[in-house]
Design a protein around this ligand. Structure first.
Ligand code: FAD
Length: 380
């Protein structure tokens, strides 16, 4: 089915992204997976190519284009290339909006040019050892000390945790305030008391650095409060739909890509004297997955256009996120099965896609939390 949402401008951008991935990412990716981290040079190359800060106004070094479909193209191509370790979608779609929309003029001038050039790699730190799905349990706290905030606590599972130069940290500013007692702070590399833990060993996304962060009496200048004091929850609610949509978009791209590869494989692989593709069970497997992908694709493209019009609500973003990521998980499992023993070998892309994709139903809000959001909106 021909997709309706892209213009020739988006398709030209797709070619640029593909060329970037072929030149700057593919030749190095195996080494990054061994190292557990991508090189800073790749971030700088992405900046030079104009892939960072697509929506950031041009005066701060960005692309000046708020059209989210460019971000969709980027997410799709990075996913197809199996290059999630270079977390450009996280930087652009998840951290970018906080820095671009909530910042003062002075903060924009300080942070956005580096954000767009790739010199300043970003991260967002919400999750703590004792608080993931339930952000009200956040214990990292910032105490008002007049000319600065004194930050203490720790975060875990933070993507870009080792590389990040700038981390948007959610911290408690009002002890008894519940969800209304949280604020956002920008913590920068080199601030005394800001330390990283180990680069966590994961089952997939091996090139992505995911780390613990520690804050011991970090003096965060007053000018690094981002957005409203005690306003973090509202800021998160405003930005999480885009984060969830971005994950959903990468999920359907991964599922479609796996299905293409598996369709090729079952046409070539022979058993009982003929290609697997001639067996009715195999044809039904492919038919079912193709149908599920096509239906999901139509819903997601609709969500993307709604989002561009400012009309995507939290409920539909949650539907998109849980549905597309669970589909990705099912498709990865079935495609691996259709590869037989070869599917279990790491040299086969389906094996990497299986482990790389497993996180998708967990981060950005778990499937269960997405269903809670949807159910609550329908039943309260
Ligand atoms: C590779 C990776 C990268 C990540 N990157 C980031 C990042 O950059 N920044 C960041 O802040 N965090 C990040 N995370 C953290 C991620 O967002 C959390 O792991 C996720 O939100 C779940 O929180 P938790 O791990 O504490 O699980 P828990 O909240 O302890 O949940 C455990 C299980 O209980 C279920 N559950 C919890 N509450 C309910 C409920 N009310 N109803 C039904 N079921 C429920 C959950 O769905 C889950 O299945 C990352 C995690 C990973 C693994």
């Amino acid at each position: 089915m021909k997709r309706q949402i892209f213009t020739p401008g988006h398709e030209a951008f797709r070619e640029t992204v593909r060329a970037f991935l072929a030149k700057e990412v593919a030749p190095h990716y195996a080494r990054w997976e061994e190292d557990g981290i991508v090189s800073r040079d790749a971030w700088l190359a992405a900046g030079r190519q104009g892939l960072l800060g697509l929506a950031v106004p041009e005066e701060y070094g960005g692309g000046g284009n708020p059209d989210f479909r460019y971000g969709v193209v980027l997410a799709e191509e990075f996913t197809r290339a199996g290059a999630a370790g270079l977390a450009v979608a996280l930087h652009n779609d998840m951290v970018g909006p906080y820095l671009a929309k909530l910042s003062t003029e002075e903060q924009k001038r300080r942070w956005l040019p580096g954000f767009c050039s790739g010199e300043t790699i970003s991260a967002i730190a919400m999750t703590e050892p004792g608080a993931g799905s339930d952000l009200q349990g956040i214990r990292t706290a910032a105490e008002d000390r007049g000319d600065h905030w004194l930050l203490n606590g720790s975060k875990t599972f933070i993507s870009n945790g080792i590389l990040a130069d700038l981390v948007v940290v959610v911290a408690r500013t009002t002890p008894e305030g519940g969800a209304k007692g949280l604020s956002l702070f920008v913590v920068e590399r080199g601030m005394p008391g800001f330390e990283r833990g180990r680069n966590l060993d994961k089952i997939g996304q091996k090139a992505q650095d995911t780390a613990e962060l520690f804050f011991h009496d970090v003096r965060v200048p007053r000018e690094n409060l981002l957005g409203e004091l005690n306003g973090a929850f509202l800021h998160l609610m405003a930005n999480l739909p885009q984060e969830r949509l971005s994950i959903a978009v990468s999920a359907i791209a991964a599922a479609e890509h796996l299905l293409e590869a598996t369709t090729r494989y079952v046409k070539e692989r022979e058993a009982f004297g003929r290609p697997l593709a001639k067996l009715q069970h195999i044809r039904f497997e492919i038919a079912e997955m193709a149908t599920e992908c096509a239906v999901t694709r139509a819903f997601l493209d609709r969500c993307v256009t709604d989002h561009d019009r400012g009309e995507l609500d939290a409920v539909h973003a949650s539907m998109a996120k849980w549905w597309a990521t669970e589909l990705q998980k099912r498709v990865a499992d079935r495609c691996l099965q259709l590869h037989g023993g070869y599917g279990y070998m790491t040299e086969f892309p389906v094996a990497k896609a299986f482990t790389d994709g497993r996180i998708q139903t967990i981060y950005g809000g778990t499937t269960e939390i997405m269903k809670e959001i949807i159910g609550r909106s329908l039943l309260s």
